[in-house]
Design a protein around this ligand. Sequence first.
Ligand SMILES: Cc1ncc(COP(=O)(O)O)c(C=O)c1O
Length: 486
Amino acid sequence: MVAGCIKIELTQFYQGTTILMTDQSPRNNTDTIDTQTLQRQDNHFVHPWESMYKLGANERTIITRAEGIYVYDSDGNKLIDAPAGMWCVNVGYGRREIADAMARQAVEMPYFSPFSMGAQPSSVLAERLAALAPGDLNHVFFTTGGSTAVDSALRFLGFYNNFLERPEKKHIISRGDAYHGSTYLSASVSGKARDKEFMDMERDFIHLISSPNPSRRPDGMTVEQFGEAAVKELEDKILELGADRVAGFIAEPILASGGVVVPPPGYHKACLEVCRKHDVLYISDEVVTGFGRLGHVFSSEPVFDIVPDMITCAKGLTSGYAPLGALLISDRLLEQVKGEEDEASFSSGFTYSGHPVSCAAALANLEIMERENVLEHARDVAPYFMDQLKTLTDLPLVMEVRGVGLMASVVCGIPGKESLELDYEIGNRIDKHCQRLGLLVRPIYHMCVMSPPLIITRPQIDQMVGILRQGIGLATDDLKAEGLWG
Ligand SMILES: Cc1ncc(COP(=O)(O)O)c(C=O)c1O
């Protein structure tokens, strides 16, 4: 068999007739193309966070197929996908049911304009999400992904305060280590300093407070005291700016791309109370934590005991099978901007808002989650997942293992040495060894983020942690051999 050539069956729907056909021909013109050619072609793709220096000279792994928690590269290597794509393939790969739902929708009615009419998949999904969301978050503004969901939430803050004739109440508070997206505004509320180099950001009305990372608390401070200080910092910032000038606070329940930062217990609830006290709206960015990563559809209420004013979500909503995001807005807010007949429109939206094919994928995805009790499974294996990862702390390169649910970060480093270059070196070496051994890691610098598909089993967790242990060991040997250790 030619490397990467796969036999597939396609279910085709045509004019209401279902035709089952076996297709053994190459797909997308790529299955018979060798890896080197694919890599050369891929060098025309400017990837997210592309290094300008390496552009055109990358030798990226090309993934050609996937099943369950595994992906296969164009040379046929089988790899555990520890980051679940990009924290998104929650129900795992190879779900025919989702593909069929998308195919059926694409044939029946691929697209219409959401600006004037409704369609079945987006209508059904909107009602479904409203029922799953906490409190009175009963309305859904569909977007194309997480960044546009966050952007829409931030634009809604502006709209809301303009309508209420408080044009000065526009300031937004976010946190260090936060990642909220890649549009101008969602990137501006992101707090990862290393991502801001050379990039323009909105600075006039956006303010960052410290990351609530307990691992970085000052010596002698308890986690509880650190949590209180973090909440106080939020309140101090609101008072410094003036409560009548602060529109909103945006927070990921767990700061995902910032390295799986788990704030101290009670932190979210106390922040929400501060926001309520000062009439500041709370946006919970559940783009990563939604749809099962923490064992619940939305984590805000069941895990953190908060009902925010808005929730943003994406990724696990379709398990990555199609791009889709959503902003859930509370009835309380919408009531306040109702106004007189045709007085105000929220003049924002996308050609692909509520795209029928993406919404069909989301409905099929939710169906699988319910039928297979995927969220219960995630809650069941999560403690084992964390316990097994914590066994790695006996390795000298592992400084900390932290996380919650099925998201964790294995933080590596050399005691007493800290630099961006060294972080890269450590992460790259672990990544290289693990991939060769059959595990895809997505190191964020020196942090190995583990967020596998939620369907992962205990034996697969053992396999994943076993390879990571080996990879970290080999990376340590490299660092020692190259004189970078000690
Ligand atoms: C918490 C959070 N918000 C927003 C986004 C942006 O989502 P997208 O890449 O779908 O635009 C991400 C992406 O990783 C995220 O982690």
